[in-house]
Design a protein around this ligand. Structure first.
Ligand SMILES: C=C(O[C@@H]1C=C(C(=O)O)C=C[C@H]1O)C(=O)O
Length: 393
């Protein structure tokens, strides 16, 4: 294709992409109007039936336009997830009048470009007020900053789909008076980042956070003659590589983060598992009220009495109240060998009957129970429609 013809078609594509963005912004505005009605009439945010109808219609229309069902479904999952999360954030804000700050000072691990930084940006992009990032060197520093009003919120990674729970964060939660007020999941796409155009075979030194090494152990095992250096955060690893400007030094981090340091990605998908996500919690000094129209999660920490079956008994309380437990984690209690603290995430709102009843029952049979927070659940499971159904009608 001659250069000017290529430029012309690209020009049309650029215009179409801008138009798509404009339409998406318009759609978002309309869904915010829907949220206003839901607030007035106490209607739940999520309407899976409506989503199904919409998807079936779109899959059919897409098919006629030459777009396959999978593509249309994937696209609209992202769009609908965004709409549901925005509406949830709107409702949560209204349920906590006066809580919105003009400036949100948020403490997180690392600096610009760390995964925690990217998660922080994502979470606060849906919330009013400006964001002031407060990068920290350790989880205890993050907690300290919020406890001592040097920051308003903290964003902390709590678990990863490849490496599991982040014990240090659980241990911090045992001692703090802060409350969990939100959660989010963020895809972790580990990429090999370099400062200069080079190849993997030339790399001799590799910087990354220890969690990252765990998540990429298969890739690292294949690397061979490379000195692996652990560093306190992904952003420190990226900064180091950008400062050194050598063709035999690399860092592992996200491509988006690396671009903030002018780094090039020479290999992506380094994690052992293809689907690598981290779940982050957002904590603040005061708890929040979660409106009943929004799916909520409650996290508690408890220690059971020392007798056989004590944990089972506690879990039966959840079953008896038809509460779905989404996570159970145990951590040692310092100074009490072989005793454990149990952390439980469950679906449900502390203002609602079943969770209140369960908490009362747990208080009666355990040594200690504390609610660490009740917050809107950001795990938006995508609505499924069988493409065959959509196309057969
Ligand atoms: C916008 C709405 O809220 C949610 C988001 C939807 C969407 O983005 O299309 C559809 C149904 C709801 O789960 C709605 O109820 O119409």
């Amino acid at each position: 294709m001659p250069d000017d013809a290529l430029a012309q078609v690209r020009d049309q594509i650029t215009k179409l992409d801008s138009e798509l963005l404009r339409l998406l912004a318009e759609r978002r505005k309309l869904t915010n109007e829907v949220a206003e009605t839901k607030i007035r009439h106490h209607i739940p945010v999520r309407d899976v039936k409506r989503e199904e109808q919409l998807l079936v219609k779109l899959i059919k229309e897409g098919q006629k336009a030459g777009l396959d069902a999978h593509y249309v479904t994937q696209l609209f999952h992202v769009i609908i997830e965004d709409s549901v999360l925005n509406q949830q954030a709107m409702l949560a804000e209204r349920a906590n009048p006066g809580s919105a700050l003009p400036l949100n000072r948020v403490a997180f691990l690392g600096d610009k470009g760390s995964y925690s930084y990217l998660a922080t940006q994502k979470y606060f992009s849906r919330r009013p007020g400006e964001l002031l990032e407060v990068g920290c060197q350790s989880f205890s520093e993050i907690i300290h900053k919020v406890e001592h009003t040097e920051a308003d919120y903290a964003v902390l990674p709590i678990e990863n789909t490849t490496s599991g729970s982040i014990n240090e964060v659980y241990d911090q939660l045992q001692h703090t008076q802060l409350s969990i007020i939100g959660e989010l999941t963020h895809p972790i796409r580990h990429t090999l980042l370099v400062a200069k155009d080079t190849s993997i075979s030339k790399i001799r030194t590799l910087y990354a956070h220890p969690q990252v090494f765990t998540q990429c152990s298969h890739f690292l095992a294949e690397l061979g003659n490379v000195e692996v250096k652990t560093i306190d955060s992904t952003s420190s690893a990226m900064l180091k590589v950008s400062e050194l400007q050598r063709d035999d030094v690399a860092a592992i981090g996200s491509e988006a983060g690396g671009s903030l340091y002018g780094l090039l990605a020479i290999k992506s998908n380094l994690a052992n598992q293809k689907e690598n996500h981290s779940r982050f919690i957002v904590v603040a000094r005061d708890p929040v009220v979660v409106p009943l129209q929004v799916p909520a999660k409650t996290t508690l920490v408890m220690s059971t009495v020392q007798k056989p079956g004590a944990l089972v008994e506690a879990l039966m309380v959840l079953r008896d109240n038809r509460i779905n437990m989404t996570k159970l984690e145990s951590r040692p209690i310092p100074g009490n060998p072989w005793e454990e603290m149990f952390y439980i995430d469950m679906e449900g709102n502390v203002q609602d009957g079943p969770v209140q009843k369960a908490l009362d029952a747990l208080r009666a049979i355990t040594r200690y129970v504390k609610v660490l927070g009740c917050y809107p659940s950001e795990e938006i499971s995508p609505t499924k429609v069988a493409a065959a159904n959509a196309l057969s009608e």
